[in-house]
Ligand binder design. Sequence first.
Ligand code: NAD
Length: 371
Amino acid sequence: MSNVYIKTKIRSGSYAMEYLRKIRKKRILVVCDKFLAESGAISYITDALDSSNTVDIFDQAIPDPTIEVVGKGLSVICKVRPEIVISFGGGSAIDTAKGMIYFAGVRNLVPKPEFITIPTTSGTGSEVTSAAVITDSESKSKHLISSDDILADVAILDPRLTLSVPPSITANTGMDVLTHALEAYVANGSNVFSDALSEKAVELLIKALLQCYRDGKNLEARTLMHEASTLAGMAFNTAGLGLNHSIAHQLGGTFHIPHGLANAMLLDKVIDYNSVNHDIMNKYAGLAYKVRLVDMNEPPAMAVSAFKELIRALMRCMEMPSSIRELGISREAYEEQLQNMTDNALMDNCLAGNPREAGTEAIKKILLSIY
Ligand code: NAD
């Protein structure tokens, strides 16, 4: 049996923003971060909106949004009582808006607004997922809210918005896309639909990611990456994720390692862990054949090695750190958090999607292997 549920209307391309021009006489709340508000990027939205609308802006989203930030946003949504919420930014801004909508809905504080997502990074796929990742600064862990109520009604994919993303964020977010596609491909909930989405996402990423990194103004490559990101988001929203994300969430919650970078550092280790099971190894290999990383005649183990080499090569070419040590985190500080990160990874909602069971020892071993 395959479960697939697609709610979000996706408008992709340079004219996608035209959707906003048609909105009239609405109370609108835009959620973004300070950078997008102050750099002028926000005028993409404010200029597009008709003057008959009333527009408020909540610009307090921060990377890895916390419960406190969502709490602040909750009081704003209650005050404004918007008919439309537009989240504008990377995964952090989109998840902040989702958290606000979720808690306002659960507590019956405001009528459910129309929800429009406009991603400005090509990475999380949050514009089409029913998940929001919120950080608890006290326990240093990231919590996953999962509800169809936070699925966007409309996702606007305008690749021009990503032209200003600097190389290091292009690298991190791009590797997040690859992680989503790969984890979804082998996840317990994968099916023919999510497989097709992952395959296309990886195919586009192989074509475009390095071009985006080397020439951020290449609109054609940015378009492919923006679409790859949404495809991978749709894949994991259908199939689920796994061990990689359950550990990456703890690295982000504890040491504020950017989400995509944390995912990338873990990726080949998690592939190794999962590939002990030959069925899973064959599944990874199937993806490598599909995107023509290797010839169909090569044995599955070779195909999986080619995938791991692709990951390492991408990271090298994009000058990404490949170990925790390179981030300036001391071994002592890392080991001090080892048990807490392991305990939180075991409780992370993504873990259940992993095709091979992973317990305390396996998680600790993987965490130590990336130091
Ligand atoms: P981000 O939203 O944290 O943004 C990273 C940085 O990029 C910020 O400083 C931001 O201001 C800047 N930025 C954003 N757009 C820009 C642009 N166009 N030009 C220049 N700078 C720009 O990064 P992200 O990787 O998009 O999101 C990460 C967050 O998303 C994490 O909290 C992660 O846990 C979460 N996440 C959510 C889902 C989901 O389905 N809800 C999936 C994966 C990750």
